[in-house]
Design a protein around this ligand. Structure first.
Ligand code: NAD
Length: 327
């Protein structure tokens, strides 16, 4: 198949390109930037801005059997929940989705995947860290906790409208906290697992690390390989309503930090400080995806976190070496 992946320079996009190539497809990647930690395996890779409709038209001109639209202006709690990036997040991501869908319509693309998010779920169902409610139909009445979530909800509706009015097939996944190697681990856009792995990797033995909030906020985290399996399975299914792709193994941020400290073998204390944290509890509800796609994660969280910690530890060592070299 001829497949277009937008956002192919990012974390999930880069892993997805590798997977699609390993299946023997012809893959075209597009992004503002090249993948940061590895060379892309895409057959063609175009650098450009998806906020520009002409770039989207150029990408879709030759037609494609599948489009995976993963580009978004996004980051972890430090980027999404401070309020400082709200206008950019809504403006940039909405433009990307508007342009890509219109280009796909004009050039008669058959099928397009949209990466939505667990952030669409309403605040009022995620106030109890032990009992968050996140099944697909509970997204309405809507009350996402961030502008990032509102943009995703708007775009879900946009994709569904294009399917209804123009016949383009859409697939919509609500991804829940994806993590793993080759993801951003510093700079302000990293998410909790990567940020905690970095803090632990950089901490001196017998010192401490800081976590944001009281640490009792709970989440589920899905390892990247499992996410890619879920996305490709979903794309090839006949199901076109939004569906959760996540793990059901819930953990508090405090316990996640403890898990990473244990993996590191260091003796570190945990200090809770003020910081952006999002909802109190969030957990993927996989009832629908189990029933429709027979998919569920295979790896326990610990295994994925071990792999991620080792990769981030190596990145911190490489960056220390590089800064010595610069001096
Ligand atoms: P990422 O930030 O690593 O990748 C997004 C990519 O989009 C980046 O490489 C970025 O350069 C590119 N991009 C942004 N604006 C662009 C523009 N104007 N033109 C061209 N490229 C542009 O993020 P990710 O973790 O790989 O996430 C991929 C998708 O999945 C996003 O839509 C995100 O909202 C969604 N998602 C991710 C998670 C997660 O836990 N990682 C959870 C829920 C949803």
């Amino acid at each position: 198949m001829r497949i277009l992946v937008t956002g192919a320079g990012g974390f999930i996009g880069h892993h997805l390109v590798k997977r699609l190539k390993s299946e023997g497809n012809w893959v075209i990647g597009a992004d503002l930037k090249w993948p940061e930690f590895e060379t892309t395996s895409a057959d063609e890779f175009l650098i450009g801005d998806l906020r520009n409709p002409d770039f989207c038209l150029e990408l879709t001109r030759k037609g494609s059997d599948e489009i995976y639209q993963l580009a978004a202006d996004m980051g972890g709690a430090g980027y999404v929940f401070t309020g400082e990036n709200d206008a950019a997040i809504m403006h940039n991501s909405a433009l990307i989705n508007l342009n890509m869908l219109e280009a796909a319509r004009i050039h008669k693309s058959k099928k397009i995947f949209f990466s939505s998010s667990a952030c669409v779920y309403p605040l009022y169902n995620q106030e109890d860290p032990e009992n968050p409610v996140c099944y697909e139909d509970s997204a309405y009445p809507a009350q996402p906790d961030s502008e990032y979530g509102w943009e995703k909800l708007f775009s879900e509706r946009l994709y569904k409208s294009y399917q209804r009015n123009y016949g383009i097939e859409v697939r919509i996944a609500r991804l829940h906290n994806i993590f793993g190697p080759l993801g951003v681990w510093e700079g302000g856009r990293e998410k909790a697992p990567a940020a905690l792995c970095r803090k632990v990797a950089l901490a001196d033995n017998h010192s401490f690390i800081e976590i944001w909030g009281d640490g009792k906020q709970s989440r589920t985290f899905l390892y990247i390989d499992e996410c890619i399996e879920g996305i490709t399975k979903m794309m090839r299914s006949g199901y076109s309503e939004p569906i959760n792709i996540g793990s059901e193994e819930m953990i508090t941020i405090y316990d996640l930090a403890k898990m990473i400290i244990q993996i590191s073998g260091k003796d570190l204390a945990i200090e809770c400080i003020d910081g952006p944290q999002g909802v109190r509890g969030r957990k993927s509800d996989n009832t629908l995806i189990r029933e429709t796609l027979s998919w569920q994660p295979q790896k326990p969280l610990l295994e994925g976190i071990e792999l991620t910690y080792q990769w981030i530890l190596k990145q911190t060592q490489l960056s220390r070496e590089a800064s010595k070299y610069k001096l």
